[in-house]
Structure formats: C-alpha cells, structure tokens
Ligand binder design. Sequence first.
Ligand code: DGL
Length: 268
Amino acid sequence: MITENSPIGVFDSGVGGISVLRALRETLPKENFLFFGDSQNAPYGEKSPAQIRELADHSLRFLRERGAKAVIIACNTATSAAADYLRKKYPEMILIGMEPAIKPAALAIRNGAKPCVLVMATPATIRGERLHHLLSRYHEDADYRLLPAPKIVRFVEAGQEQSDALRDYLRDILSPYRSIDDTTPPALKLDSIVLGCTHFPFIRQQLRECIGYPVAFFDGARGTARETLHRLAERKLLRETAAPGSIALFSSSGSTALMERLLQLPIE
Ligand code: DGL
C-alpha cells in the first residue's frame, strides 16, 4: 500500500539523473529515495522512441515493484519519448517528467534584446516533437540554436568528465559560439545555455571554460524538485518526520560507485 512513508522513485538512462536527485534531496530532505540508473543501456539519446519507451517502462516497473509513491523521470530523453505512453499505461501513478528549461531561459530578464539561447540535448530529445512544441510556445521571446551532443553522455557515464578528450569534443561542437581570446569574438554570441539532458550539469564548468565569456545556464533539476513537492503535497503524501530521509542507489550495470561520487558533488 502506498503511504506517505513510501519512497520516491527516480530513474534515468544512467548517472545523469543524479543531478536531479541532488535537487530532490535538497528540496525534500525527509523523503526516502530509490534511484535506478540504466547505465547498461545508456545512452538512450541514440536509440529509437520505441526502444526508449520499452527501457523506460522497465525502469518504472523496477521502482513501482519496490513501492514508489511517485516516479520522477529524471531524463529529458525518456520524458520526450515515453512520458505520454507511461501515463496512459499507469494512470494511477504520480509520474513527473522533465523538459529542457526553455521557459526560464526565454523569459530571463534582458536589456530589451532577444536572448540568444543554445539548447543542448541528446539527438532523440532534439528530434522529439515535445521540444519543438515547447519552442513554438516561446518562439517570440528568444533566438534558439539547437545542438545535439551525444558524446557528452558517454564521457559522463565513463567517469571522464574532466578528460582532455571531452574538452576537445566541446571545442569542436561549440566552435561557432566560443571566444578564443579577447581579440577574437565568437561567430555567434550566446546569452544562455539550456542543459537539456540531465548528464550535462556535471560538465557545467567545462562548458563555461570552453565558451570563454559569461553565459547563464538553465537546467530542470530544481523545477522538477519543486513540482514533486507540489504534487505530493496535493495528494497528502509528504513524509512528516523528524528523521532525515535515505537514498538507495541501483544500477543496471551492477556498480553504483560513479553515482555515489556524483551525488557528493555540490549543486552549482
Ligand atoms: N540523461 C538523459 C537525458 O536527460 C539521457 C542521456 C542518454 O542516455 O542519452 O536526456
């Protein structure tokens, strides 16, 4: 039976969802969390919508069988391909998805001019209808550039977010937006970057260094945590206790060592 003491389930294609779990833990410190990372099958962003739906369904069932009172899809790619399908299949569940943080980036205060916003995400999210629907709602507020960045997920999953190979890859894909030195302005100057994949907040500093001038970053972790708080409060399912909550980590790859390390990193 689901009660206020039941855990909150969180899943991702791998370790990226840990960036969301950090925000959930901060916003809901009394809750118990179960986190499932499907690292064995990552990256989802290079798979078809049907494959992503099947994998997301498997992850959701893993958490549901362990009594989750709500499930957070801590993955933009799985939300894009599978959230509607899962909501239909499990209508009784509180299911919270994630979308790239287009709205806060579009509406950020500027000096009159439209901001130039780079939306970075997996190829599946960039292709997905959901993102284009979202962009059409805010198309008058900003100029958008879309950048699929599939390899970042692979670097983060390998624990290589500090590697020179990742820096080279970022230099390559971000070349039109980089300022190499004070005398060479970028071909296109950005105001902000939307981190539209939950693996990307772990390389925020590397992105900042690569761009070479100040940009604002937006991701959906804190918004998702607030939405979770709101949805549980509405259903009177918030855990009321003096004791702090717990976190249990599960990985389809067998090892949770990388998740544990990433969970210790402070939120920037
Ligand atoms: N972390 C996921 C996202 O937010 C997906 C990464 C992947 O497996 O490609 O999109």
